[in-house]
Design a protein around this ligand. Sequence first.
Ligand SMILES: Cc1cc2nc3c(=O)[nH]c(=O)nc-3n(C[C@H](O)[C@H](O)[C@H](O)COP(=O)(O)OP(=O)(O)OC[C@H]3O[C@@H](n4cnc5c(N)ncnc54)[C@H](O)[C@@H]3O)c2cc1C
Length: 536
Amino acid sequence: MSPLTRTDAWQRLANESWDLLVIGGGATGAGVALDAATRGLNVALVERDDFSAGTSSRSTKLIHGGVRYLEKAVKEFDRSQFALVRDALRERAVLIKIAPHLAKAMPLVTPLYNWLQVPYFMAGLKLYDGLAGKANLAPSRFVDAKEALERFPMLKADGLRGGVVYYDGQFDDARMNVAIALTAQEEGATILNHAEVRSLLKEDGKVRGARVYDRLGGEEVDVRARLVVNATGPFSDAIRRMDDPHVEPMLTASSGIHVILDKRFSPPETGLLIPETEDGRVLFLLPWEGHTLVGTTDNPADIEPHPKATEDDIEYVLRHVRKYFSVPVERSDVLSSWSGLRPLVSDPHAADTARLSRDHVLNIAPSELLTIAGGKWTTYRKMAYDVVDKAAELAGLDVGPVRTADLPLVGGAAFSATGAGELQERYGLDADVASHLHYAYGDRAGQVAAIAQSESLSARLADAHPILEAEVRYVALEEAACTTVDVLARRTRLAFLDQEASIAAVPRVNELLGDLLGWDEAQRDADRADALAYLV
Ligand SMILES: Cc1cc2nc3c(=O)[nH]c(=O)nc-3n(C[C@H](O)[C@H](O)[C@H](O)COP(=O)(O)OP(=O)(O)OC[C@H]3O[C@@H](n4cnc5c(N)ncnc54)[C@H](O)[C@@H]3O)c2cc1C
């Protein structure tokens, strides 16, 4: 989306009458906008920060059924939990198909140091394969200690009996979120980031729109819609209170942190599932974007826009890595850390947030405000069509069949797995840069490489990373990036990968964006200050 398209979208937002107005541009809201647009509805989406600025950029980056949820299903013999895992495993295959540049299958090793664990994990992971049915990525299997160590050489060898190798999906969550929003736009939706809902509009007691504030331009407009969908994740209750100040809260939140370590802490293509933490959960250690991602935690938390990882949380994660690793891991090895909030559907009687339901809930208020919350990243598509089905029923709208299972996301349609080599040759790129552009932008990578060549923007934004200055221009013009943080955190992932390098890149990103968008000195200063406040 170019800056011009933004002005245009802002005008349309105010002037048109919409079938659906979606509040929130995370995976869920973007998914609803895409589903609605592809089924013939006139839909607008507003996001108060950036697409994926909330929980959706802060996940473990796994597209999965959830081995932990499967364990829970078995222990509690809960059929609905089995169904949740099965549905998510089917979605896993769909997402890898529609976004082959951003998502892929990845093997994970579960190391076992006790023979008694072997039948337990083997049976569990075979059940996981079985639930996936035809959508299974590859069969899980037992490997002896030697092969477990070959696959994951950082593991402690002493006492290792073997491991189970199984497969799940891995993805770039924020870029996938942006791709869903951009695909919705290509299908006719109007999408706007940095546009905040400040109050709801009512007619005869029914919610029929919202007052939306442009956080970049300072303007405020009334947006009229037949129905309003609240897809604000952990913030759902705040929107529900705009409708009814006395409404019972629906959600609690739990925080989960991740840390990023150098790539030497994981092999390039295999992840590790630490099967049991001190608090009876699992922990993942995964190769991601040329680094190692470790997480997560699960602690009751306050709901706030920018939660941060605490030192205690970071130490918790490192302690578990040390327990399983033969190589030392120090606090100074942590390149960055972040925290995300899980929106959990509340059960007032549950003391432990890990026990609350991960399934989604669709709540319809007497005012017809639809709230969709909970679920998982993996199941955003399913959540989206549930909402659109319900909205169509409620408002008597005619909708076509669900099309999103076969609709490639932006960048996916003409993606070829072997394209990085061609890109490298054609534009004379370094191999790591070609690979990064290929997987981040899919079939549009050539457009970024062409900007690098023609506009002399082929320098890296940070020496140790394959991210080019040309990307700043491309994502501002084509992907609705409006601020330095949008570029560093959600279009490129530098802010998540390397805090120091990201801080060092702020002045250059700010300069490039400021020149492109015609910022005055005050705007440049404000953007730089926001970026540093976010990153430090
Ligand atoms: C630590 C952690 C790890 C996870 N790992 C995984 C995983 O590996 N795989 C998986 O499938 N799931 C995972 N999940 C779950 C998954 O990330 C979430 O279910 C999903 O991202 C929720 O998306 P959402 O769109 O509902 O919420 P969000 O992404 O939080 O989006 C809500 C949006 O609403 C916006 N908003 C709020 N108020 C307003 C307003 N007034 N006006 C306009 N916009 C507003 C916010 O800015 C935000 O962008 C994980 C969650 C956590 C916390």
